[in-house]
Design a protein around this ligand. Structure first.
Ligand code: AMP
Length: 574
């Protein structure tokens, strides 16, 4: 069942660091004994890949095309430049505000080579988040892409420098401001490469951010050894080879970009085509010109945009052999429309910054690929479906909280002792907050995601599970997509408001008409949406998921404005 066992890997002691929850020693020994953890760092593994695939294409962007040798040489030069030309030392953390450009890949890999820890913040993060996260991890530097968006990153960098929140700012793709240093300057300083083996494989390699929907994201510390394994296990599960070319349009510096795309691609000799954004016309251009074989992560919201773009019907999509949907619940209608309208056969995955990836088999039945997220990618992954808030497992087939433990799932968030007591069970299972069910389909044990524990609207203590209602609304012939969110209510606390995207030429759906339809579907009256808002597109989070946070804010602001209008006309009428 397990990969070939190996006695050759020395059992090194685990490192200890304040604020880091280690894997128990006997578990580490077990992972190494089974050959899952290989005792090597990310830069050492990447250097091997650069050697083995030196002349193959590693990275394609609309601007550049780099071979493995070229990319790794640039990363090494950048890494040595960091060590020679800045205050950064092994173990220091660096914040990122960079998008999907080649400089980001070079800087990320350069950090790994230098033993510096990238913190995968996004250029979309605001000053407040960047400052608080920099403080949380004790970051020493900030790397920015000056030409991203409207150039806000430069202002954030100045403010962090002025406040002494970071000591170094590296500016890519723009003029360095006073007190900052340019990407080119770091490259110029770079000299002799630090030997990749100089980086301790038992240390934290990268900080990823949790996908939590409220408050400040939590920080997931990823170790070299387990992150290498995570990336290789994903590439193996997908059968990636030097013949694979994957297209990635979501922000690279997120766990999905790093562990579902960049690292597994580079560790298997594949090429990665990095789209600077997820505009459908650009993606279609890249699909037709670069002929990717794999799309490793398409959130359903992006799949809907693909379906709605008329050019998708005439574009040549024939190179795509693996179209993987994940990050969010997949409405079955979308999977069917992709099949019927574009001839694309999809399969689902499930993943998270804390670790644990699941995938459905590529030639599995639709029952498997459309309705489940499959099974974990490692034989040593463990899943328990626990009673919500409890520690007992629910009976097979019943819905409970999806809890995960394994060779690439963290044992605790970084510097979050208090939060960790709730987020992890005593025996180290991460409580994902996702509702799931285990079942047998086609003779396989697989999991389906049934909603989020917190995606619940509390209407005067009556709970409304958003996904249950959305599922029924999607059966309405005029509805393309639906997102149910809580709107504040003085009496009941919360009521349900639904945001809809309607089919072309469909007329507005009223609260009443939608209610009648849902009652006809057997939905309880208290679960009916009490307000309908129609949009052309849903706001997306930084990583391409429908942002319910933005929708909740939208409806709260609308209600507030309506109340103020009412109040002022009441005053005027007196
Ligand atoms: P992140 O840490 O940003 O990658 O987000 C992880 C979360 O995304 C999970 O805990 C789930 O709530 C959600 N998620 C990921 N994949 C799926 C999927 N296939 N179906 C439903 N939810 C998903």
């Amino acid at each position: 069942m397990f990969e070939e066992e190996s006695d050759s890997v020395p059992v090194a002691p685990q490192f200890a660091e304040e604020g880091f929850t280690p894997f128990p020693t006997h578990v580490v020994e077990e992972y190494r004994r089974r050959g899952l953890w290989g005792g090597r760092s990310l830069p050492a593994e990447l250097a091997d890949a650069a050697h083995d695939h030196a002349h193959r294409v590693a990275l394609i962007t609309p601007e550049v095309r780099l071979t493995y040798r070229e990319l790794f040489d640039m990363a090494t030069q950048f890494g040595s430049g960091l060590r020679a030309g800045t205050e950064l030392r092994v173990g220091d953390a660096v914040m990122f505000q960079m998008g999907n450009v080649a400089e980001t890949v070079v800087a990320y890999l350069g950090c790994l080579v230098a033993g510096v820890r990238p913190v995968c913040t996004l250029p979309q993060h605001g000053e407040r988040e960047v400052t608080l996260l920099a403080d949380h991890v004790g970051a020493k530097a900030l790397f920015i892409q000056a030409d991203f968006g409207r150039g806000e990153a430069l202002a954030i960098a100045r403010s962090l420098l002025d406040r002494g929140a970071v000591g170094t700012v590296v500016v890519a793709r723009g003029e360095p401001a006073p007190g900052t240093v340019s990407f080119e300057e770091i490259m110029r300083i770079g000299g002799a490469a630090p030997a990749p083996d100089a980086v301790d494989p038992h240390q934290i390699a990268v900080f990823q951010l949790s996908g939590g929907t409220t408050g400040l994201p939590k920080v997931a510390p990823r170790l070299h050894e387990e992150y290498v394994y995570n990336s290789k296990a994903w590439a193996t599960a997908l059968g990636w080879s030097p013949e694979t070319a994957l297209l990635y349009p979501l922000p690279l510096l997120h766990n999905a970009g790093i562990a579902l795309a960049l690292q597994p691609a580079l560790l298997s000799g594949a090429s990665i085509i990095l789209a600077p954004n997820a505009r459908i016309d650009l993606l279609l251009d890249l699909i037709e010109s670069e002929r990717p074989t794999t799309l490793p992560l398409v959130p359903p919201a992006l799949a809907i945009r693909l379906l709605e773009e008329p050019r998708s019907r005439t574009a040549d999509l024939s190179s795509i052999r693996d179209f993987i949907v994940g990050g969010q619940r997949l409405p079955v209608e979308i999977a069917e429309r992709l099949r019927d309208e574009l001839g694309i056969s999809v399969r689902q995955m499930f993943g998270m910054a804390e670790g644990m990836f699941l995938i459905t088999p590529d030639h599995g039945s639709e029952a498997l690929r459309f309705h489940t997220v499959g099974h974990p990618i490692s034989p040593a992954d463990e899943i328990r479906i626990l009673e919500v808030g409890g520690t007992s497992e629910v009976p097979c087939g019943e819905v409970g909280e999806f809890c995960a433990r394994g060779p690439y799932t963290i044992r605790g968030y970084y510097r979050a002792a208090q939060h960790n007591t709730d987020a992890f069970t005593e025996d180290g299972f991460y409580r994902t907050g996702d509702l799931a069910r285990v079942q047998e389909v086609d003779g396989m044990t697989v999991y389906s995601i049934e909603g989020r524990i917190k995606d619940v609207i509390n209407r005067g203590a009556e709970k409304i599970h958003a996904e249950e209602v959305e599922e029924l609304i999607l059966r309405h012939p005029d509805v393309t997509n639906a997102a149910l969110v809580a709107m504040p209510d003085d009496v009941l606390g919360e009521r349900a408001c639904v945001y809809l995207i309607l089919e072309e030429n469909a007329s507005e759906l009223t609260v009443r008409a939608l209610g009648e339809f849902l009652l006809g579907q057997g939905l309880a009256k208290y679960k009916l949406p009490e307000r309908v808002e129609t949009l052309d597109q849903f706001p997306l989070s930084n990583v391409g998921k429908v942002s319910k946070k933005a929708l909740r804010e939208h409806i709260s602001n609308a209600l507030l404005a309506e109340r103020e209008n009412r109040d002022s006309s009441a005053v005027g009428a007196r």
